[in-house]
Design a protein around this ligand. Structure first.
Ligand code: ARG
Length: 563
């Protein structure tokens, strides 16, 4: 179903073209929602000034012509010029009412894309840290936004399962009597111990380097130990994914191993490679160090080994060859430069054509209550498992307090952690606070889930009432009804923008606004009075519940019909 902004943007584009606007006229920039409504209408078009400038005409005249030329369709009353050159549009009550539906169906994309979303992407033999939690939750929600429109999404975790660190791990495991009995919880400790030996002991270092060579050559024992490490980590990662309800498949860095030599050879053939301190590098225009000297992307190290960048180049090339239209990386903002350089080299090499979009979706840090990067008291990064367990614990306590069952509590807690992540603009650093995220006040999962269940309760009760007065509810809307209907009509516009900007928090903010508008409406309006149901108000309740359910689903939060 068309949403007001998208509809009017299209209509403006057509009208402007008829007035002689150039092809690159950006209609979307000139169509604005008017929260207050009133005299300025519900949506305002302020394109007349810009058009007047390009067409060398008078803005007021253009505005008058636009008002006549923009097809307001069934959504709006005809446009009215106000001020110097604004054109205001008021939504028709009939349309607002007609589109109220218990099920919010998102319009399927006209041209479904094949999208790969590279997210989560933890590293083998290391504990997933909160940065990976952010990537996992944001990434999953980004996938859901695309899936909801009918795009085909490949959910991929680019697991760090290759590289020189495996030499040291394998060398260390050579000394462990029976590595297969190692528990997963030991992996992180194992990594630290291997690293300690690597840093302290020269002979160990040399042997570790040899073990990398062994691994690459497929020596059976090295290979076996490597697989053990990968398997153990994978099991651990998947327990967390299950707990969080996230679906993702692993395509580790090792997968691209056989393609790396070809990547570098091709770059050399194209004359893009230079040798710097023995390493093979590509200089990318526009990238410099802090001191202003040109900054290269290293594609093969001096010792002949490949690195993170060569692997990402191979991955991008492979993904384009697989026919993906869009490649999305949900990775912390510290890696922005890495991705920009990888894209630039891939474009230069002809592996990333102009019609394939490569997007880095960065995010900020998770902070502790002290305002510093979230750490345990001993200064280690916090284990995700302990965070999820505590979230469940907190949720159960909340449920207990309100007489709800235990499983509801776990759901509240895990939803809380997820929702807390998605209710912040992803670029801001946010403070991780259990107290805040399980609070029933403010924009939290428990608040939203209770709000939904409460509205469902209202709907159920109303449906059980004796009499439903009238069938369709065709009558003018009062102010609070209209305000709620209007906010509900924005759903698809909001989802569109959130998808285009990879910003799930836009949806969260919107859902919070919807529930607040609902509260205002419900304070003023009786849905059932003296056994008679007001059908229009019942529809408003149902539509609100539908918007909350569909919106929360985009955030990966499953609603509960009753709490
Ligand atoms: N494993 C990396 C890390 O933990 C993230 C990988 C992101 N994806 C990629 N294609 N580089 O930082």
């Amino acid at each position: 179903m068309a949403a007001p902004l998208a509809f009017l943007t299209e209509a403006l584009r057509d009208a402007a073209a008829r007035l002689g606007a150039p092809e690159d006229f950006e209609a979307a920039r000139f169509v604005q929602r008017n929260r207050g409504g009133g005299e300025r209408g519900d949506v305002q078009v302020n394109a007349a000034f810009a058009l007047a400038k390009t067409l060398r005409r008078n803005p007021a005249e253009i505005a008058a012509e636009l008002a006549g030329a923009i097809d307001a369709g069934p959504l709006f009353a005809p446009g009215e010029v106000s001020g110097k050159a604004f054109v205001n549009f008021r939504l028709r009550d009939e349309w607002l009412v007609e589109r109220l539906a218990a099920d919010v169906a998102l319009t399927p994309a006209a041209e479904p894309e094949r999208v790969v979303v590279d997210f989560s992407s933890p590293n083998v033999a290391k504990e997933m840290h909160v940065g990976h939690l952010r990537s996992t939750i944001i990434g999953d929600s980004v996938c859901r936004h695309f899936e909801a429109r009918g795009h085909s999404v490949d959910r991929v975790s680019h697991v760090g399962d290759w590289g020189t660190q495996f030499g040291m791990l394998i060398r260390h495991l050579d000394d462990v009597a029976d590595p297969s009995t190692l528990s997963i919880a030991d992996l992180d400790a194992l990594y630290k111990e291997a690293k300690r030996r690597f840093d302290a002991d020269e002979a160990f270092r040399d042997e570790a380097r040899q073990r990398v060579v062994d691994l690459q050559a497929g020596e059976p024992r090295a290979r076996e130990l490597w697989e053990l490490l990968c398997e153990g980590s994978r099991a651990e990662f998947h327990e967390l994914y299950d707990q969080l309800g996230v679906d993702v498949r692993e395509v580790g860095e090792s997968f691209y191993q056989p393609l790396l030599a070809g990547v570098v050879a091709d770059l050399e053939e194209q004359g893009l490679v230079e040798v710097s301190d023995g390493a093979k590098v590509v200089f990318v225009e526009g990238f410099t160090t802090r001191e202003g000297t040109p900054l290269p992307l290293i594609v093969q190290k001096a010792d002949g080994g490949y690195n993170y960048a060569s692997t990402d180049l191979a991955a991008i090339r492979h993904r384009v060859e697989q026919g993906f239209d869009r490649i999305v990386y949900v990775v912390d903002h510290g890696q922005s430069q890495h991705f920009e350089m990888v894209y630039a080299v891939a474009r230069r090499a002809g592996w990333l054509p102009d019609d394939v979009e490569a997007v880095h979706v960065p995010f900020g840090l998770v902070l502790g209550e002290d305002g510093k990067r979230l750490r345990t008291r001993s200064g280690d990064s916090v284990a995700l498992r302990s965070l999820l367990d505590e979230a469940e614990e907190r949720g159960r306590a909340l449920a207990h307090e309100h007489g709800a069952p235990e499983d509801v509590g776990s759901h509240l807690g895990l939803s809380a952690i997820r929702y807390a992540e998605l209710s912040h603009n992803r670029m801001t650093n946010y403070v991780f606070s259990f107290d805040k995220m399980v609070s029933l006040e403010g924009n939290t999962a428990p608040y939203m889930l209770y709000a939904y269940a409460r509205i469902r309760g209202i709907v159920d009760k109303a449906r059980g009432a004796d009499e439903v007065a009238g069938a369709g509810g065709e009558r003018p809307l009062d102010d609070s009804e209209r305000a709620l209907a209007k906010v509900l009509a924005d759903f698809e516009d909001v989802v569109d923008r959130a998808t285009a900007e990879y910003q799930p928090s836009d949806v969260s903010e919107y859902l919070f606004a919807v529930s607040q508008e609902f509260n205002r409406f419900y304070e003023r309006s009786r849905v059932v009075s003296e056994g008679r149901v007001d059908p229009l108000r019942l529809r408003l309740c149902e539509a609100t519940a539908g918007a909350l359910r569909t919106g929360l689903d985009l955030l990966g939060v499953r609603v509960l019909e009753r709490i």
